[in-house]
Design a protein. Structure first.
Length: 601
């Protein structure tokens, strides 16, 4: 138990601990002003709460800070672990405790809302001020508006703030059935809203089937124009469903949650899957408050997301099992196979991309990237028509001499500057002879099969190297990484920037005096220098290998120690047997001495 030097209220807290039961429940830590500063759940309240005040030296700095500020403890006993989970989530939302890691305010994300009115409307909103049923959140407004446009083409519903008693312009152009004037009955209007609700929930099958039955009925009645209009709507809905379907439709109702974290932040992605389609996918950044593990963060975040998205799923796919999420609450699948594995991999790619966006945003706002560099990056983005600012640019180059000692180097520029900690060296493993294309294919596959992709990949070469990179990235790894090439002229000077336009390669016109040209030339020179240096190092080690490590019993470490001690092979040859024994021991020394004095090295 800690003493009063750490928390002056410890005697009071110790008395309070004696009254805490060993039941499941939720506990709240309060400061001297009565503010709730932390909320947690526990299977055994007494054991969990008492742990804060023991083994103090082993606690992290943030937990020590929390412990020093605890003035009182409040506990609530509940019947089950599920009740504890739900109550914890509710209290965190209510009190917003300082030391709890929380999702960003969900009001920053866009939603679609079916309003709670006699004749409901479908609204785009970023707040919950209107009464109704909310669908989302969606990752961005563009995706949401695309869905809203499709629904508008499929169904007629009112958009007016207040209903009048006669048809308006929207009815005349076919966007509203005019229930205000009795041209659409309340039952017909409610059926339309129910179909919209089904689409937002991902229930496409029943709608398509009922629309097809209606289409055939209209055709039987010889109402061909109406049947044709309905056929076009069915086609639109099926096209949208096919674009949103990512796995087998047998994956009925599933949530997928993945997480990445660094020292200060955790990044979480959630996807809602219904009948094989992604209903929505969004990511959230969480600032760590008490150095929580990924498992601890998911224990809080999964139920929060489940409630926030009004999920009906009884299964959640996770990268690992979370002990503090009761199976009675939701069934965990931490070892997914087949289509479910694909969904988890897709979620992980989404969270990797989101983590990178957040880091880039902080780099820009915190001043880590110079204004001139940002302007250059924006220029690259415009020139190559990139979807995001290329904060991370990676470039590859091969180096070998007639196929001997083949290597490759990769450099990364972050914010327009060399990021040397992220440079990588590659020994070519699968290619025999001087084959630059095959070498490039090998290193690109090795790099991006396990590592997050950059915002832009540059290959030091022309169309051939670009085609190789495209084949590996798009057709083999199924990634979407923008690819550019730097071609050289006859004088081995960078002469043009190449990029893909669809599957065709085009030249991006740049003047040699353009600052962007100088940045690209700097990247190319840097990767060439890095690859050449690595190749020289490997060549020198190759020479060293043939002169010493080819001696039976003399390995690389022994040879390295000898050269470090005596300076050169010639100096080693001049040593006495006793000197060598002192350096590497009698057995190896005798072998080395006999070899050096029997052949000419």
């Amino acid at each position: 138990m800690i003493d009063s030097s750490i928390n002056k209220n410890i005697d009071r807290i110790a008395t309070r601990l004696k009254t805490i039961p060993e039941n499941p429940g939720v506990y709240q830590h309060l400061d001297a002003s009565g503010t709730v500063i932390y909320v947690g759940k526990a299977k055994n309240l007494l054991r969990r709460v008492s742990s804060y005040f023991s083994h103090y030296d082993d606690k992290s700095a943030k937990i020590k800070m929390l412990v020093r500020n605890i003035y009182d403890i409040r506990v609530t006993v509940v019947a089950t672990e599920v009740d504890a989970l739900l109550l914890e989530n509710s209290l965190i939302k209510r009190y917003q405790p300082r030391y709890n890691s929380m999702l960003k305010d969900d009001k920053s994300y866009p939603y679609l809302c079916i309003t709670d009115e006699e004749y409901p409307r479908l609204l785009y909103t970023r707040n919950h001020k209107v009464k109704g049923q909310y669908f989302g959140p969606y990752p961005n407004g563009r995706i949401l508006r695309e869905l809203q446009d499709i629904i508008r083409q499929l169904f007629q519903y009112r958009t007016c703030n207040t209903m009048g008693n006669r048809p308006c312009m929207k009815h005349q152009i076919g966007l509203c059935g005019a229930p205000c004037a009795g041209k659409q009955t309340k039952a017909e209007y409610q059926a339309t809203i129910e179909n919209i609700r089904r689409i937002l929930k991902g229930d496409f099958g029943e709608i398509v089937e009922s629309m097809k039955e209606r289409m055939f009925a209209l055709a039987d009645d010889l109402r061909f124009e109406e049947a044709e209009r309905l056929k076009q709507k069915i086609h639109l809905l099926e096209e949208y469903q096919s674009r949103s379907t990512v796995v087998d439709t047998n994956v009925k109702d599933v949530d997928v949650v993945s997480i990445l974290s660094d020292e200060k932040f955790a990044y979480v992605n959630m996807m809602r899957i219904k009948n094989g389609s992604i209903i929505y996918s969004f990511s959230n950044e969480i600032k760590k408050q008490l150095d929580e593990s990924d498992e601890e963060i998911l224990a809080t975040v999964v139920p929060a997301l489940h409630e926030q998205t009004q999920s009906t799923a009884r299964e959640v796919i996770l990268p690992f099992r979370v002990a503090d999420i009761p199976e009675d609450y939701i069934q965990q699948n931490a070892d997914p196979r087949g289509d479910r594995r694909k969904l988890l991999e897709l979620s992980l790619r989404n969270v990797e991309s989101y983590q990178k966006q957040c880091r880039h945003q902080r780099a820009l706002t915190d001043g880590d990237a110079a204004p001139q560099a940002v302007k250059l990056l924006e220029k690259i983005q415009r020139a190559l028509q990139l979807p995001t600012l290329p904060m991370d640019i990676e470039c590859f180059d091969n180096s070998n001499i007639q196929g001997a000692y083949p290597v490759a180097g990769m450099v990364r520029f972050t914010g327009g500057k060399p990021n040397r900690k992220e440079y990588r060296k590659f020994n070519i493993k699968t290619v025999e002879g001087p084959d630059d294309y095959a070498s490039m294919a090998e290193v690109i596959e090795r790099r991006y099969s396990k590592n997050a992709p950059p915002d832009l990949l540059i290959v030091d070469g022309g169309e051939g190297q670009m085609r190789v990179a495209w084949e590996v990235i798009h057709n083999k790894l199924h990634l979407d990484i923008p690819i550019a090439g730097l071609a050289k002229n006859d004088k081995h000077r960078t002469s043009e920037l190449l990029c893909f336009e669809g599957t065709a390669i085009k030249t991006v016109g740049l003047k040699p005096t353009d600052p962007l040209f100088h940045l690209l030339e700097q990247i190319q020179n840097e990767v060439h220098r890095f690859a050449i240096t690595f190749h020289k190092d490997k060549r020198s080690k190759g020479t060293f290998r043939t002169s010493l490590t080819d001696i039976p019993g003399i390995g690389p470490k022994t040879a390295h120690d000898l050269l470090l001690r005596f300076g050169s092979v010639k100096q080693i040859q001049l040593q006495t047997l006793a000197d060598l024994v002192d350096a590497i021991g009698p057995a190896k020394a005798q072998t080395l001495y006999n070899h050096l004095h029997s052949i000419n090295v």
